[in-house]
Design a protein around this ligand. Structure first.
Ligand code: PEP
Ligand code: MG
Length: 578
């Protein structure tokens, strides 16, 4: 038996057989090709080239359509690389002369090219190196594609073990009912993969460093998403006690069920708004099962994931309208897509791939303002879907007044266009911003006259305030929502917004943390928005707290200098009333 400690990313307990996910990197093995099969092997390579060419053509058409001629040039240069004798002649030559398999021959040629590029001290040629490898990887994946295993093909229930799962992988997990839970080497609680796990109610532990090397497919493992533990080859006693705990958690869920439809009111009568975060329209079933008051954050990135094309306006309108309809008149806050960072990087958008520091880079509203057609399309779809309900627009990753004004200009243009075209739409959608970058919190007073509401995205606000990458397990200990700087910034946002009568919500993971809930309420936050699976659990926390008491406690917390002291005070306070 081996017990590994990681980060508890999503509540629940999974017990089952491990299924080790292969790495995204394609492992190239050297195999000797029999002499009579050389021609076939060369043909296999040429077929992969043809397939890659067709893929590039399709990608070029999409990019041309969405991003324009300038960006399609990247694909032209990839076409040229595909026709380069280095690829078309050298690889078949190696297959024929050294009897290498196609994958290995290609990797030898790419290695040689890398060495040549290393010798040239020129920015331009260094860029070309990335392009050559990009194309090389595309050919390789076409050579090995038939051997790829899909999560959809799983025959029995498993606990997934991986080095890293991308948010896009979690969408595949959603499509199968065979995954009981997962654990992985990388990641932190607020990585988007963890957030997806929470929204699916799937137990998960992340940031385990080397779990993918400790576990073999078929091992029995337990994923304890409550304590952040993974147990490999547990004893029968331990399995039994975990089964018991799993039942207890299920009983708790049962108890929380009774809170459906009751208001999120504290013991002393203070009413909080309580909404859900949706990651896809499918989450509306869970939202309605919990009888939620509305949607505080509808993440729209799912529309852009696992594909190489941008979703059309009609496709987007249908998705937003479906949620607006399901919410039956309750507010639905649609966030314009926050692609970039760790999400949706396969779209062929120039600047999105190979960033050294994606979280500080090209994501959220900064990306959409560089490609205004993408934003205009999404805004048009939102206004059109507004005819089905009560829709609000929320802007992610805002850092300046100029960005806000540009978005509003584009929104006005979208409205004017729809009007001119005689489309069915409603323009009365409120506009709000997410406070995720400290700069936005600090200049909030200058933004308020332009907006209707404010929502604090604590997942990002913590990462940017403390300069801690939210998916890097090496610094995950520093990722601390209870850091005094975080609490003081939240307080600043609430105080500033309230002076102008604008409501403040919190939609990051902090809003569903049992210790943070009374503190956020005490600081004056008006509304919490949480994953649907945790909705009733959070309501229970709100209904158990005393607002007056925590207003005082929270003021005291603002005077403390360390997160340790802050946690201690909260713990003692919660103990007193439990
Ligand atoms: C946040 O940053 O807190 C947030 C809700 O946005 P996301 O987690 O989607 O980046
Ligand atoms: Mg965010």
């Amino acid at each position: 038996m081996l017990i590994k400690k990681g980060v508890a990313a999503s509540l629940g307990i999974a017990i089952g057989k491990a299924y080790l996910m292969a790495e995204d990197n394609i492992l190239v093995e050297q195999k000797e090709v029999p002499r009579d099969k050389v021609k076939l092997e060369v043909k296999r390579f040429k077929d992969a080239l043809d397939k890659t060419k067709a893929d590039l053509d399709a990608l070029r058409t999409k990019i041309l359509h969405v991003l324009g001629r300038q960006h399609a040039k990247l694909i032209d240069s990839h076409h040229l690389i595909l026709q380069d004798p280095l690829i078309t002649r050298e690889v078949p030559k190696l297959i024929a002369s050294k009897f290498y398999n196609a994958e290995f021959a290609l990797s030898v040629v790419l290695d040689q090219a890398e060495q040549q590029f290393e010798k040239i001290d020129d920015e331009f040629f260094h860029e070309r190196k990335h392009d050559v490898f990009d194309v090389g990887k595309k050919i390789l994946s076409n050579l090995v594609s038939r051997e790829k295993v899909s999560l959809k093909d799983l025959k029995e229930h498993v606990v997934l073990v991986a080095h890293s799962l991308y948010p896009s992988d979690t969408l595949h997990i959603r499509e199968t009912s065979k995954v009981l839970g997962f654990c992985m080497d990388l990641g932190s609680k607020s990585s988007h993969t963890a957030i997806f796990a929470q929204s699916m109610g799937m137990p998960a532990v992340v940031g385990l460093s080397d779990i993918s090397r400790q576990v073999a497919s078929g091992d029995t493992i337990i994923v304890d998403g409550e304590k952040g533990l993974v147990i490999i080859s547990p004893t029968q006693d331990l399995i039994d006690s975990y089964r018991k705990r799993r039942e207890e958690l299920q009983k708790q869920e049962h108890f929380f069920h009774r809170l459906r439809g009751l208001p999120a009111t504290t013991r002393d009568g203070h009413k909080l708004g309580l909404m859900v975060n949706l990651d896809s329209p499918e989450d509306t079933a869970e939202m309605n099962a919990a009888k939620a008051e509305g949607v505080g954050l509808f993440r729209t990135e799912f529309l852009y994931m696992n594909r190489e094309s941008i979703p059309t306006e009609d496709e987007q309108t249908a998705a937003y309208a479906a949620v607006a309809k399901a919410a039956a008149g309750a507010p639905v806050t649609i966030r314009t897509a926050d692609i970039g960072g760790d999400r949706a990087t396969q779209l062929g958008i120039k600047g999105l791939k190979d960033e050294t520091n994606p979280f500080m880079g090209f994501r959220g509203i900064r990306l959409f303002l560089k490609y205004p057609d993408l934003l205009r399309t999404q805004l048009r779809a939102i206004y059109r879907a507004n005819t089905e309900g009560n829709v609000k627009i929320m802007i992610p990753m805002l850092s300046s007044l100029e960005e806000l004004q540009s978005v509003k200009r584009l929104a006005a243009e979208a409205v004017a266009e729809l009007q001119e075209e005689g489309r069915e739409f409603r323009k009365d959608a409120e506009i709000g911003v997410m406070i995720e970058i400290p700069a936005a919190a600090i200049i909030l007073d200058s933004l308020l006259s332009e907006i209707d509401f404010v929502s604090i995205g604590t997942n990002d606000l913590v990462q940017y305030t403390l300069a801690v990458d939210r998916i890097n397990q090496y610094v995950s200990e520093l990722y601390d929502p209870y850091h005094p700087a975080v609490l003081r910034l939240i307080n600043l946002v609430v105080q500033t917004a309230h002076k102008k009568g604008k409501p403040v919500s919190v939609c990051g993971e902090m809003a569903s943390d049992a210790w943070a809930i009374p503190v956020l309420a005490g600081l004056g936050v008006d509304m919490l928005s949480v994953p649907p699976k945790l909705y009733l659990r959070v309501k229970h926390s709100v209904r158990s707290m005393n607002f007056e008491r925590f207003s005082q406690v929270s003021q005291h917390l603002l005077s403390l200098a360390s997160s340790e002291e802050i946690r201690k005070v909260i713990e003692e306070e919660l103990k007193k009333h439990s």
